[in-house]
Design a protein. Structure first.
Length: 408
């Protein structure tokens, strides 16, 4: 048998097939979680005018220094009204947060520091706490960002702040990465749908739901299929999916069992195998290939055990997908192993851990021992995989390793 490839080789072979699914325009409301494919510039200065930042009165700085701190109130400058002009440096205008600073004024004294008095039928404002400097309580034009400045770069993931900034610069439609058409095909005679009572020798299918949920993060609505371990039926279905889909994710049927038909079928259907079997636990039987015809299709055939499926999705499929969507690859995050571990096989070991930030701000990884790749429930009490390299057998508490997080 051919020697297995390392996780790094698998990663490289997958990275070699990164492709662009194109772009499309979506409305601002539909852009959450999508990947921006243009840069967004400031159409105006930020703020676009000298903006009053406190409710109060606007005066002229020079006037405050030379006078007795009483100013005749000329009127009001409300938010949303065109700019007014201060008639005389001796006067003030009442101003509201969000209004334009009146022409001729350069200081705002908040209401808390002003007393209003009536004298001879006129309204006067007496300042009790003088301003400390010019432009006090005024958010000056262009001091956040200048007109034309790049606010967002292509490749950024659109969240609530990005939507707010796009709205502010008048972008009601955004150019984003087109999402690939993804199919999830689960295989296995033992699997029944969620809403069906399994016979004692059956289980409910969970992998396709796990992957579909993971893909939703990117806004991808995968098509879900299930087939029994029937070679002809599987061949026909996979043949059709290869033509229609950009990505096919298969679970189960890639190992050495009598009904593990998937690698043979993919070979027959002309999918170019990039590798089969990776020196890792869990997920050793992982198969990956591509087919160039019919617009191209990437096929990730993941081992069926739920923890293997999940690890392979998180470790390989998700980063590939992110890069296809135009997101720059993330630099690895490391966590510190909190308890010593021994692992003898010559494989990369993805240890399930619970990440906790300690009081010194360090990310600590506490091993969460489970019953292996079939122990689906153990994913509920862990939140990351710590990648322990095959070169060592004993991993000491205090050593740092790459970590792959999952969960919220
Ligand atoms: P396989 O990779 O087909 O040999 O399956 C390995 C193990 O994973 C078996 O115990 C299967 O019952 C289980 N398995 C396969 N597919 C699924 C699935 N979609 N949901 C839950 N368990 C699965
Ligand atoms: Mg199977």
């Amino acid at each position: 048998m051919k020697p297995m490839i390392s996780v790094q080789q698998a990663e490289q072979l997958i990275a070699g097939t990164i492709r662009d699914f194109g772009t499309e325009k979506v409305s601002l409301a539909d852009s959450l979680g999508r990947v921006l494919r243009t840069s967004i510039e400031a159409d105006r200065d930020f703020p676009p005018f000298h903006r009053v930042a406190m409710d109060g009165i606007a005066i002229r700085w020079d006037a405050q220094r030379s006078r007795d701190h009483s100013f005749l109130v000329e009127g009001s400058q409300l938010a949303g009204a065109p700019q007014k002009s201060l008639g005389s440096p001796k006067n003030c205008l009442e101003v509201m947060t969000g209004s334009v600073c009146p022409e001729g004024a350069d200081v705002v004294i908040r209401y808390e520091d002003v007393v209003f008095e009536e004298k001879d039928g006129q309204r006067w404002a007496r300042i009790t706490v003088p301003a400390k400097g010019m432009w006090q309580n005024i958010h000056q034009q262009g001091t956040d960002r200048a007109q034309g400045a790049t606010l967002m770069e292509s490749g950024c993931i659109i969240g609530a702040p990005e939507i707010a900034v796009a709205a502010t610069v008048g972008q009601s439609y955004l150019s984003v990465s087109r999402l690939p058409k993804v199919a999830i095909l689960s295989t296995g005679d033992e699997l029944v749908p969620v809403d069906q009572q399994p016979a004692p020798y059956q289980i409910r299918m969970s992998n396709s739901h796990m992957i579909a949920a993971s893909l939703k993060k990117w806004g991808i609505d995968a098509a879900i299929f299930h087939l029994t371990d029937d070679k002809e039926g599987l061949t026909q279905k996979i043949h059709d999916l290869l033509k229609d889909m950009d990505v096919v994710l298969i679970t189960g049927g890639v190992s050495k069992g009598k009904t593990d038909f998937i690698p043979g079928i993919l070979d027959e259907l002309g999918v170019e195998k990039h590798f089969h079997r990776v020196a890792q636990r869990p997920g050793k039987p992982f198969w990956f290939g591509t087919r160039e015809a019919d617009g191209g299709c990437a096929v990730f055939a993941l081992p069926g055990n739920p923890v293997s499926t999940f690890l392979c999705y998180q470790r390989y499929v998700a980063p590939w997908l992110q890069q296809c969507l135009g997101i720059a690859p993330k630099s690895a995050i490391q966590a510190i192993l909190a308890e010593s571990i021994t692992f003898n096989p010559n494989l990369s070991y993805y240890l399930q851990v619970k990440l906790v930030s300690d009081t010194a701000g360090q990310l600590m990884a506490y091993p969460v021992k489970g019953k292996g790749s079939g122990d689906l429930a153990n994913l509920l009490v862990s939140n990351a995989f710590l990648e322990l390299p095959p070169e060592k057998k004993t991993f000491e508490a205090g050593e740092a390793f790459d970590v792959y997080r999952f969960g919220f």
